[in-house]
Design a protein around this ligand. Structure first.
Ligand code: SF4
Length: 368
């Protein structure tokens, strides 16, 4: 083997060739550095720190502008759809593991490491209003829940919200772990066994009466906020006797808020249909307590629109189908550019378009 084969040509170049090459490299890196600074300023980020979507994350997603919570950093505790329900309106697909078994489905240490990674970048952590624990399924099935909530509170000092279907709240260990949160949002779609089975399709291990008692007990013990979410589907759980049973359950539970929702997003089952706003208003008037209708995203000030980046949009669509305006609102992206980018991604086959209730939704090509 000759010398030229052993050493790269760069090292063999005579001095008069080496210096111009070095100068070119310095200029190239300086230009890249300046471009990144400019882009970061345009995107409203501090320069020299990584863009959110440049940090590979398995469990953290967003942040997204939540209708209820403001700028919400999502934490997904499960990576395979694992739930004790199989709701007809579910946005994350059919339940693959239908169970009430609590276990460490994903490593708690890996989730905590991602949280710490995010918190180590002040420009990413500072704007977050709340950390929201959710899952590709039911987060209270994960035995690391309490440790994760406490870790976020200790390290960030920010509020933590947990979205749950409420079915595990009869268990003392689950209620104990949820105590560390600031806002808990359990669901109660029906207090009547028949319509409960129709809309939520619970696993056999779920007991409706036990679940209602568990949520009520938690409300008595918890010093934070409990917002009870009720998802209504036309002719499934919206009949007068359903509303009557719901009224009694709400009087027993006494949540801080009752939030009425309906099937506005593409559901798992086509027969899950939405109620009209008038139907929801009529039902809201019949229910006790502080009842509100969740109808649209909370309006935020958009003085700092960002330019859309395909990676973060595709990551968001992995979790649920969205319209271009959902994406723009949730990720704070410039609306016209987001519309154009979504059309381009659809033309390239990177996303699929589907029309539901007159609105165009985008989803990954491999979803249901
Ligand atoms: S409880 Fe939530 S995750 Fe589970 S099936 Fe229902 S909507 Fe989907």
């Amino acid at each position: 083997m000759g010398v030229k084969e052993k050493f790269p040509p760069f090292l063999l170049t005579k001095r008069r060739f080496y210096l111009p090459e070095l100068k070119k490299l310095v200029i190239k890196f300086s230009l890249l550095f300046c471009m990144q600074m400019t882009l970061d300023h345009k995107n409203g980020r501090s320069p020299l720190l990584p863009a959110r979507n440049s940090i590979p994350m398995k469990y953290l997603f967003g942040p997204v502008n939540s209708r209820r919570l403001g700028l919400s950093q999502g934490i997904d505790l499960l990576t395979t759809k694992t739930c004790n329900f199989d709701c007809i309106y579910c946005e994350v697909g059919g339940t693959l593991i239908h169970t009430c078994k609590r276990q460490e489905y994903t490593p708690t240490a890996e989730i905590i490491a991602e949280i710490d990674e995010l918190l180590s970048h002040e420009n990413l952590a500072k704007p977050i209003d709340v950390f929201t624990i959710t899952a590709m399924g039911e987060p209270t099935l994960h035995t690391g829940l309490g440790e994760i909530i406490r870790h976020i509170k200790e390290k960030s000092g920010k509020p933590v919200a947990v979205l749950t279907n409420g079915a595990m709240m009869h268990r003392a260990d689950v209620r104990q772990e949820l105590q560390a949160a600031d806002i808990v949002i359990p669901s109660l779609d029906s207090a009547r066994a028949e319509s409960f089975r129709k809309i939520d399709r619970p696993a056999q291990c779920v007991d409706l009466a036990e679940m209602i008692e568990g949520i009520a007990l938690f409300c008595q013990e918890f010093s934070g906020q409990v917002w009870l979410e009720v998802m209504l589907a036309k002719n499934i759980n919206d009949q007068p006797r359903d509303i009557e049973a719901l009224k009694e359950a709400i009087m027993r539970i006494k949540p801080d808020r009752v939030q009425l929702n309906t099937v506005v997003r593409p559901p798992l089952e086509n027969f899950a249909k939405p109620l009209t706003h008038e139907d929801l208003s009529r039902i809201a008037e019949q229910l006790p307590g502080n009842v509100e209708i969740i109808a649209s995203f909370a309006k935020r000030e958009h003085d700092s629109w960002r330019s859309p980046e395909p990676g973060e949009i595709l990551e968001m669509l992995q979790r649920r189908p969205c319209t271009a305006s959902d994406i723009s609102e949730a990720l704070n992206l410039e609306p016209a550019q987001t519309n154009r980018l979504m059309e381009e991604l659809a033309d390239q086959g990177q996303v699929l378009k589907m029309v539901h209730q007159g609105r165009t939704y985008y989803q990954p090509p491999h979803s249901h």
